[in-house]
Design a binder for this molecule. Structure first.
Ligand code: SAH
Ligand code: SF4
Ligand code: F3S
Length: 456
């Protein structure tokens, strides 16, 4: 008989896309009787959804897989699965390196997770794993990384985390092949979901009580589901109950005037664009295959700011790309001063084998990479702080997320510009839209007081 009270411990690494995929896999596993647990010791199934964008991400996953070895020895019925980008990249190598892993599922096969788990359960129940068979290792493991551009999961009811904000994927994969990046290899070619499916999922999330929707894709601007991304965004903006609408990520080469107009004219579309530039010198941008110049980017920023005056702009930057010199870094620092981003996520270049840049000459040594990262962060942190300080004494709209992790008297929320705000908790509830007067600014957050509007 099939048990219906099984426990799933789900660990998710990587980007928002992985968070969304995890929620979908949890939704599928719920249909075969799994409920979530925080406690790995209590789990019947542990699923690790992995990232391989940088070596550090992979190291974390290998560390985590290793930690579950002892648990598997204590509890042989435990099923341990690895899904996501690193699973796609490593395939059967993962089993060779960690034979206690039961299954490896690539990104294109995540919708098969329940079927794979069921087949392993059945094998266990029937005790039909032929241990004396010379091929027993391959029989008791499942590895499916066969189709990286696999079908988009349909009719999935994701088991969403959180209560206020949630992600809705609109497309999968990437066709851009930036020379440093592993994502196109582990996520396959671009595939767009149909608008009706996206609308249905947004409505379902709203019905579950979510107030803020973030539409997700590696490059949402190349959405090709039968309408433009701007049209899709506007249509989602008109769905009743969507109180805030965000999207990520936008490749600067494809950000259209139509999209800028949609943001400017939107009702719930937040005035925030995450627009990864990756670097601030033309020489490096060309080698990265980003297909725009510093000048193109600066003009785009001007255009956005002219149309959406209070827009907040954030970015991603990579230091230590092969061939980078101190002069390139200086250009990038000047570029940062010129753009005045609200925030930047800065990464040290990580060599990904199989990508073109891994074989480029003039790889940068670790010490230089760290020195350049420090220089970049120093300049950007000053800019972020100045931008946040400019908000002190102003009143901003905050979507309440709930109690902070460290102090239940302090609540957190986000501005429309996606800045984190901490404030003393009154009678607000998660999901409320409130006005907060900003009293203090730091580099990565704001502090404020709930602004009670006077009724005369
Ligand atoms: N599709 C998104 C983000 C993809 S990965 C985009 O194009 O913006 C998120 C970020 O990781 C990238 O923006 C990039 O800054 C960083 N990244 C990707 N590959 C990297 C590598 N090999 N080393 C360091 N950072 C990397
Ligand atoms: Fe990677 Fe470039 Fe695709 Fe982003 S656009 S996922 S950085 S290849
Ligand atoms: Fe990582 Fe895959 Fe996202 S490699 S950054 S989890 S698309």
């Amino acid at each position: 008989m099939r048990r219906m009270d099984k426990k799933l411990k789900l660990l998710t690494y990587g980007c928002q896309m992985n968070v969304a995929d995890s929620e979908r896999m949890a939704g599928l596993l719920r249909q075969i009787g799994y409920t979530l647990t925080d406690d790995a010791d209590d789990a019947d199934l542990i699923l690790i959804n992995t990232c391989c964008v940088r070596a550090t991400a992979e190291d974390k996953v290998f560390g985590q897989i290793g930690r579950f070895k002892a648990l598997k020895r204590l509890k042989p019925s435990l099923i341990l699965g690895v899904a996501g980008c690193m699973a796609q990249k490593e395939g059967a190598n993962l089993i060779k390196r960690a034979p206690h892993v039961d299954f490896v599922l690539g990104t294109g096969q995540s919708c098969e997770v329940a079927r794979v788990v069921q087949s392993l359960e059945e094998m266990r129940n029937a005790q039909c794993v032929m241990r004396n068979d010379s091929d027993s290792t391959s029989r008791s493991h499942v590895v499916d990384v066969s189709n990286v551009s696999g079908d988009i999961p349909v009719e999935v009811f994701p088991l969403r985390g959180g209560h206020v904000s949630t992600f809705v994927p609109i497309m999968y994969g990437c066709n851009n092949f930036c020379t440093y990046c592993i994502v196109p290899y582990v996520r396959g070619r671009e595939r767009s979901r149909k608008p009706e499916e996206i609308f249905a999922e947004v409505k379902q999330a709203v019905a579950e009580g979510f107030k803020e929707i973030t539409l997700l894709g590696q490059n949402v601007n190349s959405y090709a589901g039968g309408m433009t991304f701007a049209e899709l965004l506007t249509a989602v903006d008109n769905i009743a109950g969507v109180e805030r609408l965000r999207f990520m990520t936008s490749h600067p080469k494809d950000l259209s005037d139509e999209l800028i107009a949609a943001i400017a004219g939107g009702r719930h579309i937040c005035e925030h664009i995450h627009l990864p530039v990756q670097y601030g010198s033309d020489k490096i941008l060309k080698r990265m295959n980003r297909v725009y110049t510093v000048e193109n980017y600066l003009r785009l920023v001007e255009k956005i700011r002219a149309a959406v005056p209070h827009v907040s702009l954030t970015t991603d930057l990579i230091v230590g790309f092969p061939g980078e010199t101190d002069d390139d870094l200086q250009e990038t620092l000047e570029f940062l001063r010129a753009v005045q981003f609200d925030a930047a996520f800065t990464f040290i270049y990580s060599k990904r084998s199989g990508t073109p840049a891994a074989t480029f000459p003039a790889q940068v040594d670790d010490e230089t990479k760290h020195r350049r990262l420090d220089a970049l962060m120093k300049v950007q942190n000053e800019i972020s702080l100045a931008k946040n300080r400019a908000l002190v004494d102003s009143t901003v709209e905050v979507l309440v997320e709930g109690a902070s992790k460290t102090d239940d008297k302090i609540f957190t929320g986000r501005t429309r510009s996606n800045k984190l705000v901490l404030f003393a908790h009154g009678d607000e509830r998660a999901g409320d839209l409130i006005n907060v007067k900003i009293t203090q600014a730091q580099t990565w957050l704001l502090k404020g007081e709930v602004h009670v509007l006077q009724n005369f």
